[in-house]
Design a protein. Structure first.
Length: 145
């Protein structure tokens, strides 16, 4: 089956509306995260990845902070299970390595830790609550480390 979507780097200044569209649908509407938590004011300093279909419809997104934290990984419900999230993560990891980062980390929702483990992340520490959802810190060493 031919893949009918692509992953690319996104520019916050010109594409923030598209990125917010996906994140609002997943985090605010679907998961009930307060919009003030989702829109934390840090996006302008982050690197962003975006998935879209061949017509340009945005399907997913994720971000990488200058400190190496990957977050805001979101894929629209109808597009999950196709590998889009994995490809966004691989793009963000590649970006981190091109920036010379020796490690990335993230706050994984407990329900999806296996997904991140499949990408080389390992759990560290205890479960904690973030935005009313159980999370755990996960770390991954760079392939270049």
């Amino acid at each position: 089956m031919e893949r009918d979507w692509i992953i690319r780097n996104a520019e916050w200044e010109t594409e923030s509306v598209l990125l917010y569209e996906v994140r609002s649908a997943v985090f605010v509407e679907e998961q009930g995260v307060d919009v003030s938590i989702e829109r934390d004011g840090k996006d302008g300093q982050c690197y962003h990845s975006l998935a879209h279909d061949n017509s340009g419809k945005v399907l997913g997104t994720g971000r990488l902070s200058p400190e190496g934290k990957i977050g805001r990984l979101a894929v629209l419900k109808d597009w999950r299970g196709l590998g889009i999230g994995s490809e966004i993560m691989k793009n963000l990891i590649k970006q981190s390595e091109s920036l010379g980062m020796s490690q990335t980390y993230l706050h994984s929702q407990v329900s999806v830790t296996e997904f991140y483990e499949s990408l080389g992340y390992r759990q560290k520490g205890s479960i904690f609550e973030e935005a009313g959802i159980p999370h755990v810190v996960m770390l991954r060493d760079s392939d270049n480390a």
